[in-house]
Design a protein around this ligand. Structure first.
Ligand code: AP5
Length: 213
């Protein structure tokens, strides 16, 4: 199964992708996680990406497309994949169409998760992520058993640099201008399914599973 999780910042793409990845045993490919890892590793690409991410802006299409093309050529995606945070612009979606056509791996579903701006701001201000395995938590909605420690791997939790209110608002604006047009793009292809994201995590998850099964 080949799925895209579409939606604005903080709607729960990463949270749902992690669960779906375990349930369906599919690789979770998050371009945001790839960039955060590159920043942690101090690579040239990571430094370049950071300069955009810190301002809430998108990393240029050519950089992102190259990374995804390389990732989708790996053998573990043969049975499918979950794309989280890609594509984010119409040119990225067109590039993905070319890549999947070349690899003969057509998309099955594009799941669009949506939630109002107030919900997004509350979620992102309380989000904590694991430095080691990138597992996502929320101080109120999805807390760890021990404060500050990842339940999955025991790693340390941290707050993302781009989760400041001013940057969150910029990310929402960028989403509306550059990513929301993809709803229409995928609607035309007949692959788009809508899922309300302003419900509890389990409810959103079970709605997505119903669609996929
Ligand atoms: P990226 O990491 O992809 O960030 P994003 O799309 O802004 O999404 P988030 O990770 O902030 O949110 P999410 O929807 O995954 O929500 P989550 O599950 O964590 O990208 C970061 C940056 O990298 C971009 O700004 C850009 O600069 C660059 N980038 C990445 N991809 C790019 C691309 N393709 N092109 C160009 N640039 C790119 O949930 C949020 C919080 O809410 C968590 O705390 C979670 O526990 C909680 N939560 C989740 N669901 C629920 C629920 N249903 N109820 C209550 N709480 C919930």
């Amino acid at each position: 199964m080949r799925i895209i999780l579409l939606g604005g910042p903080g709607v729960g793409k990463g949270t749902q992708a992690q669960r779906l990845s375990k349930e369906y045993d599919l690789p979770h490919i998050s371009t945001g996680d790839i960039f955060r890892q590159a920043i942690k590793d101090g690579t040239e690409m990571g430094l370049k990406a950071k300069s955009y991410m810190d301002k809430g802006l998108l990393v240029p299409d050519d950089v992102v497309v190259g990374i995804v093309e390389e990732r989708l050529a790996k053998p573990d995606v043969k049975e499918g994949f979950i794309l989280d945070g890609f594509p984010r612009t119409v040119p990225q979606a067109e590039a993905l169409d070319e890549i999947t056509a070349k690899l003969e791996m057509p998309l099955d579903y594009v799941v669009n998760i949506n939630a109002p701006a107030e919900v997004i701001i509350k979620r992102l201000s309380g989000r904590r992520s694991c430095r080691s395995c990138q597992e996502v938590y929320h101080i109120e909605y999805s807390p760890t058993k021990k404060p500050g420690i990842c339940d999955r791997c025991g790693g340390q939790l941290y707050q993302r640099d781009d989760d400041k209110e001013e940057t969150i608002r910029k990310r929402i604006q960028v989403y509306e201008e550059q990513t929301a047009p993809l709803i229409d793009y995928y609607n035309k292809s007949g692959k788009l399914v809508e899922v309300p994201g302003d419900k509890p995590i389990e409810e959103v998850y079970s709605r997505i599973c119903d669609i996929l099964s």
